[in-house]
Structures are given as structure tokens and as C-alpha cells.
Design a protein around this ligand. Structure first.
Ligand SMILES: Cc1cc2nc3c(=O)[nH]c(=O)nc-3n(C[C@H](O)[C@H](O)[C@H](O)COP(=O)(O)OP(=O)(O)OC[C@H]3O[C@@H](n4cnc5c(N)ncnc54)[C@H](O)[C@@H]3O)c2cc1C
Length: 461
């Protein structure tokens, strides 16, 4: 139950909107891209600036309330029930410094805005597959992007982070100002405060040889094994993945895909198109293609490579990191998610290595860098309950975990719940020594665990 006078006092201190249950727009403003569950705070603050964030954090601190953060809702992991939800959606400023090859981005900025702003100078951010994802949330969780094998994780190329910590204090954190916190924020950031903005590096990429090749697995059943073999000799400039998906015969899928068990190989190559075509030729030779969109494209079109659905929906996802993925495992994986699967799921394999395998110039909390592949299951919640989908996903990953490096990649675990129990143990997201170091930092910066609606690191004793 809110103290009405305290909420009024908060309203008088912030420029943005302060909403409580019962206010018109409250439910709509709390909702996000993930529709399987949503935040149910006792107070929602739509911040208009860093001072609003600081006021909201101090309000929560004074009452012992948890603080949750939402930009777009693509990555909701633990929904708050009560507590303060800070929406960063209005912090939408993007400024590019073309000479320094950096962009300063507000915490509500979606990647499409950064891609467009950077493209004016022939530059690009290290965005992922979907243009609608929030740039800051993605970077804080690691950020495995389209250009990842050449330039590393998005968290590897951050210059400074503006954050309000649990004491309500806004700080600019850099490698020089606070090396330990800077290390932690890049890979475990949501645990340490509310980020209001950051300065990220841009890379000199204005075009790509990219797109997708789609195969019908009824005609080319060995695509997954062939794809894995193909990845063994690739230059770092080529980042790719393959997704296996059995399409129901339903009208909202494109007619060429309906009823097919398809493999989508996604490609982003920064080299010239001639070399790209030569590198992709062995895949094109595998068999008849349902479609082939791999071609020269401006970087501003990069969202077309994955064509992720832009409409909010309900989904779960989990992943494991593998040091190897052989042909027998590939055949097993293809069987597990084929048309006979009881619960439909997408199996997605991302090729790692290259710059992802190297520690960045300024080290960060993203670990498990020896992994060669990220194996992910994605379950849109259509015709299956969350429990059924989670069990099905666990079975697929469990059956293929023989060569796991023993961890998960944080950004690409989707799902959680409203009762505080996370979908996966937080210790899985970091290497054991890093997890201990993070728990020590958590005890220093957030001893009462105010920021716990996330992949939560409990403060060390
Ligand atoms: C369709 C789709 C495609 C995706 N593609 C990729 C991909 O290619 N590569 C990849 O690595 N990931 C990918 N992701 C995952 C995505 O990067 C994460 O879900 C990310 O957390 C989304 O951030 P958001 O701000 O959009 O979501 P939100 O749900 O608004 O935020 C997610 C979480 O991030 C934290 N957070 C967000 N903003 C702040 C802040 N300002 N301060 C502190 N904590 C904050 C909070 O814990 C919050 O709960 C994809 C997700 C979807 C749904």
C-alpha cells in the first residue's frame, strides 16, 4: 500500500510521470515486449533524466523497496511484485562523435536509432539481431551481435557508464575512475544500479555481405552438421548462426515456410561481396534453397538478416555454451526439434570464436570465452504452457550438453517469473571466480540487494 503523501512528494521532485496502480495508463506503461509476465510495481517512475532516476532510487531506499528497470521489456527476467519500477524509455538521446568513433546513448535508446545515427558517418554499433532491443540492457548483459566474431561482445567496447547506485548517487564510471565497478557493469550491470546512459564505441562498418539461406530439412537433412563443419575455417569477419524450426501449417507464416522443417543460416560478413560469395558457396552447394537473401546490403538494413518478430509476444529461451559440436550431436539436435517434437521450439546455434574468444583491452565480467558455439532453444508460448515449454527446452539442452563449458550466456536467456525465482541459477552466467568477485562488489555497492529483479548476484556475507 502506497503512502499517498510520499508518492505526491516524489511527484513533485521528478520531471517525468509517476504512476500508481489504479492510474489510467498504469498497466499499459508497465507492459513491454515480453507478454508472458509483467512488472506489477507499487510505483512506476517514467524518468525524464538522471535526476528522476536518483529521486526514484532514494524513494525506494527510504522504504526498503526493490527497484526494477525496464527500457523495452525484451529481456524481462524477474518481474517486480510491489517495489519501484523505473522506466528508462524516455531517455532516448543518441549523440555520435564521428571523430572519436563513439556514441553517447540514453538508457531508453533502441538499437535502430543507434544504427541510423551511426550510419550517417559510415559507422555501426555492435547491435544484435533485433533493431527494437534496448541498447543499454543488451550491453549490460554482454551483447552478442551481428559483427561479434570480428569486434567481440558489445560489453567489450564501452568507454563510460552513467549510473545511479543504491545510495541514490549518480556517477560516471570509467576504467580510470572506478576500475572494479567498470569491470562489473560490463556483463553484470543490472545488479549494481540504474544505468542512465553510456558511451559506446562504434566500428567502421557501413555495408555488409549478409542475409539468410533457408533450407528445407526434408530435402537437405544434414544442414546442421554441414554448417558446423563449414564454420571451422572461417575468417573473423564472418559471423553466422543457424536456426532449425518446424513451421506449423498456419496462415500467419509466409507460404513458402508453412508446414516445412526449415534451417535458416544467417550471415554477416564485413569483407567484400566477391570474397563473401566465395565463402558462402559451399553452403549454397548443399542443396536446393527455399530462399537466399545473402547479398550486398547497407548496414542500416541489418535487421533483415534475422527478421525477428517486432510484435510483443510470450516466449522463453535458454542456452548452453559448447566447446565442440560434432556431427552426431547435430543429428541428435535435428531429431529433437523436428516435426515430431511434442512442444515446438527453435534451435539456434551461434558460431563464437574470433574476437569473442579474446579478453578485451579493458577486461570485463563476460566470461566463458573458450566456448566455440552457443546452443539456444527458444520457445514461443503458442499452444504450450510455460512449464511444458521450459521442460521441453531443458530436455533438448540436457541431451546436447556433453561438450558444455558449464555456463550460459546472460543476454540470451529469456524468461523468469513474478515470484522472484529465476529461470536459471545466476551463478551460471559468470565464471566461479568472477561470480565471487561480483558478490563482493555487490556487498559494497548494494548490500541490501535493492537491485534484485534481474539475474541476481547476492551480496557476499
Ligand atoms: C527478439 C529478440 C532478439 C534478441 N537478440 C539478441 C542478440 O542478437 N544478441 C544478444 O546478446 N541479445 C539479444 N536479445 C536479448 C537482449 O539483448 C536482452 O533481452 C536485453 O536485456 C534486452 O534489453 P531491453 O532493455 O530491450 O529489455 P528490458 O526488458 O527493458 O531490460 C532487460 C533487463 O536489463 C536490465 N536493464 C535494462 N536497462 C537497464 C538500465 N538502464 N540499468 C540497469 N539495468 C537495466 C534490467 O535487469 C532489465 O530487466 C534479444 C532479445 C529479443 C527479445
Amino acid at each position: 500500500m502506497n503512502d499517498v503523501a510520499a508518492v505526491e512528494a516524489l511527484r513533485s521532485r521528478v520531471r517525468g510521470e509517476v504512476l500508481v496502480p489504479g492510474d489510467r495508463e498504469f498497466a499499459a506503461r508497465c507492459s513491454g515486449f515480453q507478454t508472458a509476465y509483467r512488472h506489477r510495481p507499487s510505483v512506476l517512475v517514467r524518468a525524464a533524466g538522471a535526476e528522476d532516476v536518483a529521486a526514484a532510487v532514494r524513494y525506494a531506499a527510504g522504504r526498503g523497496l526493490p527497484v526494477a528497470v525496464q527500457a523495452t521489456g525484451h529481456g524481462l527476467s524477474v518481474a517486480t511484485d510491489g517495489g519501484v519500477l523505473i522506466s528508462t524509455a524516455e531517455l532516448s538521446e543518441v549523440t555520435v562523435d564521428a571523430q572519436a568513433r563513439t556514441a553517447r546513448i540514453g538508457a531508453g535508446v533502441r538499437f535502430d536509432a543507434v544504427v541510423d545515427a551511426a550510419a550517417r558517418y559510415g559507422l555501426a554499433p555492435l547491435n544484435g539481431s533485433a533493431p527494437g532491443v534496448g541498447a543499454v540492457g543488451y550491453v549490460l548483459g554482454g551483447g552478442l551481435g551481428l559483427l561479434a566474431r570480428e569486434f567481440g561482445y558489445a560489453a567489450d567496447r564501452v568507454r563510460s557508464i552513467d549510473i545511479v547506485t543504491a545510495d541514490g548517487r549518480p556517477r560516471r564510471v570509467t576504467a580510470d575512475s572506478d576500475p572494479e565497478l567498470f569491470w562489473a557493469l560490463r556483463g553484470a550491470g543490472a545488479n549494481f544500479g540504474v544505468v542512465t546512459g553510456m558511451e559506446i564505441e562504434l566500428v567502421p562498418v557501413s555495408r555488409l555481405y549478409g542475409g539468410e539461406l533457408v533450407f528445407d530439412l526434408a530435402r537437405t537433412p544434414g544442414v546442421l552438421a554441414d554448417y558446423l563443419r563449414w564454420t571451422e575455417e572461417l575468417p573473423d569477419g564472418l559471423t553466422s548462426s543457424v536456426s532449425l524450426l518446424s513451421y506449423p501449417d498456419l496462415p500467419f507464416f509466409p507460404s513458402v515456410l508453412r508446414g516445412r522443417f526449415a534451417a535458416h543460416v544467417r550471415i554477416a560478413y564485413t569483407g567484400d561481396s566477391r570474397t563473401g560469395a566465395r565463402l558462402v558457396a559451399p553452403l549454397r552447394a548443399l542443396g536446393p534453397l527455399v530462399s537466399d537473401t545473402v547479398a550486398e546490403m547497407p548496414y542500416t538494413e541489418c535487421g533483415a538478416i534475422y527478421n525477428d518478430p517486432p510484435q510483443p509476444h510470450a516466449y522463453l529461451g535458454d542456452n548452453i555454451l559448447l566447446r565442440a559440436f560434432g556431427p552426431q550431436q547435430a543429428a541428435k539436435a535435428t531429431d529433437l526439434v523436428g516435426p515430431g517434437a511434442a512442444v515446438p521450439c527453435v534451435l539456434d546455434v551461434r558460431h563464437l570464436g574470433g574476437a569473442l574468444g579474446r579478453s578485451p583491452e579493458v577486461p570485463n565480467a563476460v566470461g566463458h570465452r573458450s566456448a566455440r558455439y552457443l546452443l539456444r532453444v527458444l520457445m514461443p508460448l503458442i499452444g504450450a504452457s510455460a512449464d511444458e515449454a521450459r521442460r521441453a527446452g531443458d530436455e533438448v539442452l540436457g541431451a546436447l550438453a556433453a561438450d558444455s563449458v558449464g555456463g550460459r550466456f546472460q543476454s540470451l536467456v529469456y524468461g523468469g517469473c513474478a515470484d522472484g525465482a529465476p529461470a536459471a541459477p545466476a551463478s551460471d552466467f559468470w565464471e566461479p571466480a568472477d561470480h565471487r568477485r561480483l558478490a563482493g562488489l555487490k556487498a559494497a555497492y548494494d548490500p541490501v540487494n535493492m537491485f534484485r529483479c534481474n539475474r541476481n548476484i547476492e551480496p557476499a556475507d
